[in-house]
Design a protein around this ligand. Structure first.
Ligand SMILES: [Zn+2]
Length: 278
């Protein structure tokens, strides 16, 4: 082999090493080498929507998968903006929203306990109430409204929508709405259909929006509050909608512990409208 050939190998070798270095530098930057680390980088839409077809077991019946999804997640984790003079800044990522929702109430004992705990913590939640229970305990519905909680519709008698009872299901929603309106002067705009069974046509015909959930600790089948708390803490992310039932002592105990722990982790509790209409 001649000298020219060796030099050719040498040059090719150096070029190869230089290119490799360049690739390493680019990859490092892509991987966030030049980016600040923020407390919260957000979660993907897929993360949030996964598991949304859960089951509302509050009525003790068989679960049915929901036909559609009530929450559209949005990944705002890496959002950059520019202000007037062109300086890049990041939106405040330190506050993460989360919504607690309670189905099947109101319950004369446990809902009252929950309302008291929420008042002490200055936290607002969403109640999907049954019309028949609201009728029996109007004072609790009034308390909810006065404290700034959002009151949603969970049908009158916990009826499950099937292929044959569409008319009856709609009537149950309207009847519940009338009960709530009578007590609070506000219509129920949001619906948590029992077992997640819903027909999108009601959104237009009844002017009601379906709200499902993406964190389900199955509190109705677990009387140990500690287990419910750890299931929720494990699955909660920014913009999670947590499903609980304010008709069990353990669920109320768990809910208050969840609030204390998630607050310490930088979460802010909002009513579901703030998450799904955001
Ligand atoms: Zn229910």
């Amino acid at each position: 082999m001649c000298l020219r050939g060796k030099r050719g190998y040498l040059i090719a070798g150096c070029l190869g090493i230089a290119m490799l270095c360049a690739v390493v530098v680019v990859k490092t930057r892509e991987a966030g080498g030049g980016m600040p680390i923020w407390g919260n980088t957000g979660r993907s839409t897929a993360d949030r929507e996964r598991g949304q077809e859960g089951n509302d077991g509050g009525g003790g019946g068989q679960a049915q998968n929901a036909g559609n999804v009530g929450v559209q997640g949005e990944d705002t984790g890496g959002m950059d903006s520019q202000d007037g003079d062109g300086t890049a800044y990041r939106e405040d990522m330190s506050i993460k929203k989360v919504a607690l929702t309670f189905d099947d109430g109101p319950h004369p004992r446990y809902t009252e306990q929950l309302l008291e705990g929420l008042r002490k913590r200055n936290v607002r939640v969403t109640f999907f109430v049954l019309g028949q229970s609201a009728e029996m305990y109007p004072d609790l519905i009034q308390e909810m409204a006065q404290d700034g909680h959002l009151i949603g519709n969970h049908t009158y008698s916990h009826i499950q929508l099937t292929r044959r009872n569409g008319q009856l299901f709609a009537e149950e929603l309207q009847k519940t709405d009338a009960v709530i309106y009578e007590i609070t002067g506000q219509h129920t705009e949001f619906v948590r259909p029992p077992y997640g069974a819903w027909d999108k046509r009601y959104e237009e015909s009844l002017n009601m929006i379906q709200v499902l959930w993406n964190v389900d600790p199955l509190d109705w089948c677990c009387s140990d509050a500690g287990t419910v708390v750890s299931r929720v803490l494990e699955k909660t992310n920014e913009n999670s909608i947590i499903l609980l039932h304010d008709v069990y002592a353990s669920s109320v105990e768990a809910a208050l512990a969840i609030i204390d722990e998630l607050s310490a982790r930088g979460y802010e509790f909002v009513t579901v409208d703030e998450i799904i209409l955001d």
